[in-house]
Design a protein. Structure first.
Length: 120
């Protein structure tokens, strides 16, 4: 079996599927927040939280091999945040989400783009 960056062919195929999917979620989040006041628009907040949930769930499906190759990506924090979004949805403070969208999401976009560039 041929090895890919993320591990076996099957794992590499899975990584090649989920990484672009994660970038699509980031695109949507940035689009939703481009012209609206995130904290005061309930629909935007709901849409962003849903995309964050999908993004973080997808991050859990990335192979351990790829994660170990890219330790600068906050894989563990993504998984932890997924648990908050899924299990403590009513306890989420919206004002704590905006810094994630503003600061962490653009950094994650760059990291995922770099990873994808190596897979091509």
């Amino acid at each position: 079996m041929t090895e890919k960056l993320g591990g076996s062919d099957e794992q590499g195929d899975r990584d090649a599927f989920y990484l672009p999917h994660m970038l699509e979620c980031i695109d949507a989040i940035e689009s939703y927040c481009a012209d609206l006041d995130f904290e005061s628009d309930e629909r935007t907040t709901d849409a962003v939280l849903r995309r964050l949930q999908i993004l973080t769930e997808s991050s859990r499906r990335i192979s351990d091999g790829l994660k170990s190759t890219w330790p600068a990506v906050a894989w563990r924090e993504l998984a932890g945040f997924r648990n908050v979004v899924v299990h403590d949805y009513l306890g989420i403070r919206v004002e704590r989400i905006w810094p994630i969208v503003r600061d962490d999401i653009p950094r994650l976009r760059n990291q995922l783009s770099d990873i994808l560039a190596t897979l091509r």
